[in-house]
Design a binder for this molecule. Structure first.
Ligand SMILES: CSC[C@H]1O[C@H](OP(=O)(O)O)[C@H](O)[C@@H]1O
Length: 318
């Protein structure tokens, strides 16, 4: 897998031979992005299952489930592999199927989502919900790609997304390679851009969507949602059904990962924060459903009231 920590300056690959290797890659953000870590976990289980007995299989699942707490796709993928293992079917075939489905889902999300992008649009996005964060093509970036493929003239503003800089390093890397007009801004600039009337629509990804439509996504997403409402900019979330967690009633029940302070206090070898200063580094925040214009899924766009529309779209898929 490509080492996303090294992008955009280096394209280097990490080989994972065991589930332990995959768990380390997820935990250290070699691979990140809700759907992508679900796919990686499924592949990790498949790497080990050839040699493992049942007890080891479930221990492998627990190892991967312990890597990151917020993205529900990780747990959804592991539970799916457990069902297949219990049914005696081939685990590695299921892992490949899960990956291929995620790619197809992203393309479907793109098709459905392109309709919310005006013919000439300036789209703001936050973090990276692109090919690097999914099986391929992306969820939020899938919407942007599909709009461009449909002939729409799209300019993207990518929030750099401190502290891990998924927007500056990863979204910009993906979109520049696609030849899509991309401008990186600091997270603090989004408000002025919207106030100047330079954003037509916001599209972001998600790590977990609660049954009422509350959305957990990269830290700073809530800020963007509040700014979008203040400036009358529609705020959309693009995510596959594997991101929807109907068992969690609302956003208060979503576990928010706190990551190592070093992600904030250092940029490479450069110290950014003096010793003695504390930092708070939640990797995600929760945007209340009331800020969301629609949730774009592979089965169509869910509109408020989300408790009903999400249940309807998930029927038979949870
Ligand atoms: C389609 S990716 C969804 C989501 O995952 C990212 O988090 P991280 O980079 O910490 O794995 C970000 O919140 C994306 O929007």
């Amino acid at each position: 897998m490509i080492d996303q920590r090294k992008l955009p300056s280096k394209e280097v690959y990490v080989r994972c031979r065991t589930a332990k290797d995959v768990a380390r890659a997820i935990r250290t953000m070699v691979i990140r992005g809700a759907p992508a870590i679900g796919v990686a976990a499924a592949m990790g289980v498949a790497l080990d299952v050839r040699r493992s007995r049942a007890t080891e299989f479930y221990r492998t699942c627990d190892l991967l489930a312990a890597t990151r707490p917020t993205a529900v796709n990780l747990f959804w993928a592991i539970e799916r592999m457990k069902r297949v293992f219990a049914g005696g079917a081939l685990i590695d075939a299921e892992a490949v199927r899960l990956h291929d489905e995620d790619v197809a889902n992203c393309r479907a999300i793109g098709r459905h989502g392109a309709g919310v992008v005006p013919a000439e649009a300036r789209v703001l996005t936050h973090c990276n919900a692109g090919a690097l964060a999914t099986g391929r093509y992306g969820s939020a970036l899938g919407v942007i790609r599909a709009a461009v493929e449909a002939g729409k003239r799209v300019a993207v503003y990518a929030d750099e997304t401190r502290p891990f800089l998924q927007g500056a390093r990863l979204t910009a890397w993906e979109l520049v390679r696609d030849g899509i007009d991309t401008t990186v801004i600091t997270d603090g600039m989004a408000g002025s851009l919207m106030r100047a009337g330079m954003v037509d629509v916001v599209v972001v990804g998600a790590d977990r969507i609660a049954a009422n439509g509350d959305v957990a996504n990269k830290i700073g997403t809530y800020t963007v949602a509040v700014l979008a409402r203040e400036h009358g900019v529609p705020f959309y979330v693009a995510a596959p059904l594997s991101t929807i967690d109907l068992s969690t009633p609302d956003g208060s029940g979503i576990p928010i990962e706190e990551r190592d302070a070093k992600e904030m206090t250092y940029m490479g070898a450069s110290q950014l924060v003096p010793e003695g200063a504390a930092v708070w580094n939640p990797a995600f925040d929760v945007t209340p459903a009331s800020f969301v214009a629609g949730i774009i899924t592979e089965r169509g766009i869910c509109r408020p009231p989300f408790a009903e529309s999400l249940k309807h779209v998930c029927d038979g898929n949870q």
